[in-house]
Design a protein around this ligand. Structure first.
Ligand SMILES: NC(=[NH2+])NCCC[C@H](N)C(=O)O
Length: 412
């Protein structure tokens, strides 16, 4: 099999990355829907796009091929009429429409667009005022229904391409995401993997999205060719981690034999492991001190294959540093604290993703410019930093790692 994905670390030289340029979907957030759509504010789109283009250019300038998911899904839907029809049906079904006038009206409406406009619609959402479906719809009449403005909600979180799936070795997990606001995003990934000529038949899926238990890419960190770290978080459950570990251990195409589960606080500021912990170099990490209990402890679990097939051995540790040294075979470790651990600066910079760095090579990262205290500190520790613009993008609560899905990294 020709591989389409190759991600055996968080830090190997980045060769190909998947992004999504924020679009109209971001302007379809209102104060009333913000919470449900997982935003804390409404970004100014024009500036957000400029910042995003700057991010993409930074990656290109350092030798990375930048792909856009919106382009890939367009190419996917153009492979055949059947694929596009199948996608439309699934998309509507997953939004609770199956047969009947609303289903038909929406399908017909979506069908009237060119592929490019169709994709923009999928991201932006379909407002009720856009089409007239001539029959009585309860949610139109029940004035207090939160769904009353849209037939299909916008996908404003789509520029956080890290989360709907995770590259892991030569394969991926295609994620069953936690909140309804994001669940449609991984259907796009599934379609690209199944039908895009660059990927179809070339990517083993370690775990697909047809599950009841949740997992998101912001929690899935590839520490080495054989170790993944996964956050037990607001977005990823311990059950999913155990199921995934089992699959990784027994699938002959997987090289992973160790999963390090790290339990972090369950809240919006720290929704994923990568908002509080990222890898920078073989022995360097950023970490937000707020994840530790008062005595410096944190629940970590090392999962390895058990004696019998389908059995997993779980070891409980409360020292993150010790756990990392163990699974990575290191004697020294440099944990760099967000905001220098200061009780005001650390949470402020963490809120704006100071701990969320994207390594583009060992010891070389991309991160938001606004977290200048953390940046100074990283430089003092010898890290090469590429700063990107962050006024508007940061309002979605995600930084450079969240906004990027590596597809290919050079092996270390
Ligand atoms: N990998 C990440 N940390 N992604 C950040 C995602 C932020 C997004 N607003 C959400 O709540 O889902």
């Amino acid at each position: 099999m020709d591989n389409a994905i190759n991600v055996n670390s968080e830090i190997g030289k980045l060769k190909t990355v998947l992004l999504h340029r924020p679009g109209e979907e971001v302007e379809n957030i209102t104060p009333d829907t913000m919470d449900r759509l997982l935003f804390d504010d409404i970004p100014y789109l024009e500036i957000a796009q400029k910042e995003h283009d700057f991010f993409a250019q930074t990656l290109r300038d350092t030798g990375t091929e930048v792909l856009y998911i919106e382009q890939l899904i367009a190419e996917t839907l153009d492979t055949s009429k059947l694929v596009r029809e199948g996608f439309t049906r699934r998309y509507l079904e997953e939004h609770g429409y199956s047969r009947g006038k609303t289903f038909e009206g929406l399908a017909e409406y979506l069908n009237s667009f060119t592929t490019k406009d169709f994709i923009e619609k999928i991201y932006a959402g379909v407002q009720k005022k856009e089409i007239e479906i001539p029959h009585e719809v309860l949610s139109d009449m029940a004035g207090s229904d939160a769904e009353k403005l849209f037939y299909l909600d916008p996908l404003p979180n789509a520029y956080f391409t890290r989360d709907p799936q995770a590259s892991m070795g030569i394969g991926m997990t295609v994620n069953r995401m936690t909140f309804a606001a994001r669940q449609p995003e991984s259907l796009l990934t599934e379609y690209v993997l199944n039908h895009h000529p660059r990927f179809a038949g070339k990517v083993p899926v370690w775990r697909n999205r047809n599950h009841q238990t949740r997992i998101e890419g912001g929690d899935e960190l590839i520490l080495s060719k054989n170790v993944v770290a996964i956050g037990v978080s607001e977005r990823t459950s311990s059950k999913s981690i155990q199921q995934l570990a089992l699959e990784l251990f027994k699938n002959p195409l997987s090289t992973f034999d160790t999963v390090l589960a790290v339990e972090i606080p369950h809240n919006h500021a720290m929704m994923h492991l990568d908002t509080v912990f990222t890898m920078i170099n073989r022995d360097q990490f950023t970490v937000f001190p707020g994840i530790f209990h008062g005595d410096g402890s944190i629940n970590t679990f090392i999962l390895t294959p058990g004696k019998q097939a389908d059995e997993i051995k779980i070891e409980h540790l409360t020292d993150l540093e010790a756990a990392l040294k163990r699974v990575l075979n290191l004697t020294e470790l440099d944990l760099i604290e967000c905001g220098g651990g200061d009780s005001i600066i650390a949470p402020r910079e963490q809120w704006n993703d100071g701990s969320n760095t994207l390594a583009i090579a060992p010891g070389e990262i991309v991160t938001y410019d606004r977290n200048y205290i953390t940046i100074e500190l990283l430089k003092k520790h010898g890290v090469k930093v590429h700063e990107i613009l962050s006024s508007e993008l940061a309002r979605g609560r995600g930084g450079a790692r969240c906004m990027s899905q590596p597809l290919w990294r050079e092996d270390l």
